[in-house]
Design a protein around this ligand. Structure first.
Ligand SMILES: Cc1cc2nc3c(=O)[nH]c(=O)nc-3n(C[C@H](O)[C@H](O)[C@H](O)COP(=O)(O)OP(=O)(O)OC[C@H]3O[C@@H](n4cnc5c(N)ncnc54)[C@H](O)[C@@H]3O)c2cc1C
Length: 474
């Protein structure tokens, strides 16, 4: 089997790389270890209800906004996108008080200024700064070579917490602004401001969820890849990368099949990718990659609601027991949840950060056979989550859960980290990984490299493929 490019992993990053490369006439194939493609974008069915795993909403998909050019290029605009409430796409509840994040820079500012009138000028400055910071990050799509220069800017090596503290004198407003940060690993005190700015900016521009399951993104991309001649194989777990004359030249899967190719793109976590060609990476690189911290994992409760109990909400809720986004302590009872409703279905997801340490003792057990203690641990966590949302607790018909162990099993993410490698503003040059590896012709892609999420992974796919072909997105 001979290809121009073999892609390891059919997560969003792998599918988008296949899309770009096939569109540019290359013969590509994707090898996916699971029996379902999509990685963190998979959907699944329980008790007749569809649930999503790692997708709830996107921002900035209208013409002129951040994600629009990428979604246009990847033919994702035709999906049934449903706009969340413009007056409140994210509702932040802290200690029982509610605050609204609204769409549009002015509307966002004016809405929060109703609750924090003395901070109006600071809010104006904040939206200007996130818009200009995001514009700088977005420019990287057109000028991939500038990608690693921008980290030298002082704003790029500032933490989100420090920037917000310097911008606002009202501590509660800082928590309200950072309140939707459960989708950004906000608990990380050194989370670089540019990541927060890039993601928040897109959602302030506009926020959409799908009227169907999130796997529609995966279906659209995979259909197009196949139509352009690309091949996608499931149940094909890559175990090694062959290196000949110093260059990557193919991969072997667990069943012994060999796929020869000129280039290899890995959408798998870099620490796992290293293990495919252990002897060909320098020790210093291996040590560096393996020493990087992972983001926290996520505990998710996928809930089917009793019929006609809780009406659909066209916004997300971020509910905190008390203020201070950065006070997360895995050993304490759950004190924060994100709630995401499903369009047109009596179901929703509750999510809260969870550390690997909490589930590590069951790491050597198999899915479905982790034992009574694990089940009791999860049942306790479900009750802790539901305590924060009593209305929902009363409406639960049935539920299913996932932990960082589940993520680890399904995507191979070390420690089940929800957003991959943790980004620390104090060591950007160490943490922001180039797609280029020490093995010529082996390229990395996916959420671990730059920014996670649909926006970040899509940008990174372009950067990764630019090492193979020059492609024009805009
Ligand atoms: C709970 C949660 C909610 C989220 N919500 C949102 C959201 O609302 N909006 C948003 O934009 N983003 C969201 N995200 C983030 C987003 O889902 C991810 O950033 C993105 O899907 C990651 O894609 P990826 O391709 O980098 O990695 P992955 O999806 O992890 O893909 C890696 C693929 O490689 C495969 N693989 C691993 N090892 C091998 C091997 N040896 N051989 C072959 N294949 C292999 C895996 O099975 C997987 O399919 C969320 C994430 C989480 C965890």
């Amino acid at each position: 089997m001979q290809y121009d490019v073999v892609i390891i992993g059919a997560g969003l990053g792998g599918l988008e790389c296949a899309y770009i490369l096939a569109k540019n006439g290359l013969k590509v194939c994707i090898l996916e270890k699971s029996d379902v493609i999509g990685g963190a974008l998979q959907s699944f069915k329980r008790a007749g209800t569809e649930f999503d795993t790692g997708f709830h909403y996107v921002g900035g998909i209208e013409a002129g906004q951040s994600l629009y050019p990428l979604f246009k290029y990847f033919n994702l605009l035709h999906l049934p996108w449903h706009k969340l409430d413009t007056d409140c796409f994210d509702k932040i509840v802290i200690d029982g008080r509610s605050f609204r994040h609204a769409n549009g820079y002015k509307h966002f500012t004016d809405t929060l200024a109703e609750d924090f009138p003395s901070q109006k000028d600071s809010l104006r400055k904040f939206v200007d700064v996130i818009a200009s910071t995001a514009a700088r990050v977005n420019a990287v799509i057109n000028e991939p070579t500038s990608a690693y220069d921008i980290f030298s800017d002082s704003l790029f090596s500032t933490s989100t917490r420090d920037y917000l503290s310097s911008c606002f004198s009202d501590k509660l407003l800082i928590d309200v602004i950072a309140g939707s940060g459960l989708k950004i690993d906000i608990t990380q005190k050194n989370l670089p401001f540019f990541i927060f700015a890039e993601i928040s900016n897109a959602y302030i521009q506009s926020a959409y969820r799908l009227e169907c399951e999130g796997s529609a993104i995966v279906e659209s991309l995979s259909d197009d890849v196949r139509q352009m001649g690309g091949e996608i194989f499931t149940k094909k777990e890559v175990v090694s990368i062959a290196v000949k004359d110093g260059k990557a030249c193919g991969v072997t899967t667990t069943d012994g099949d060999f796929y020869e190719s000129d280039w290899i793109v890995s959408d798998v976590h870099p620490a796992v990718t290293i293990s495919f060609a252990e002897d060909s990476f320098r020790n210093i690189y291996k040590r560096r990659i393996r020493s990087l911290n992972q983001t926290l994992g996520m505990f998710t409760v996928n809930i089917k609601l009793k019929k006609d109990t809780l009406p659909y909400r066209n916004y997300n809720e971020f509910i905190y027991d008390k203020a201070d986004m950065w006070s997360f302590d895995a050993d304490k009872p759950v004190d924060r949840v994100m709630v995401s409703y499903h369009y047109g279905a009596p179901s929703l997801d509750l999510m809260t950060p969870m550390s690997w340490k909490q589930v590590e003792q069951w790491a050597d057990t198999a899915v479905g056979k982790r034992g009574a203690e694990y089940e009791a641990f999860k049942a306790r966590k479900v009750q802790e989550c539901l305590r924060l949302v009593p209305e929902i607790a009363d409406a639960v018909e049935s539920f299913t859960t996932s932990t960082p162990l589940t993520w680890h099993d399904y995507t191979s993410a070390p420690q089940g980290g929800a957003y991959g490698i943790s980004k620390d503003c104090n060591s950007l040059s160490n943490i922001m990984l180039s797609p280029v590896t020490q093995i010529p012709n082996l390229i990395l892609t996916g959420q671990n490299l730059n920014i996670h999420g649909v926006m970040g992974v899509s940008m990174t796919s372009v950067l990764s493929c630019n090492r193979i072909i020059k492609t024009k997105i805009l």
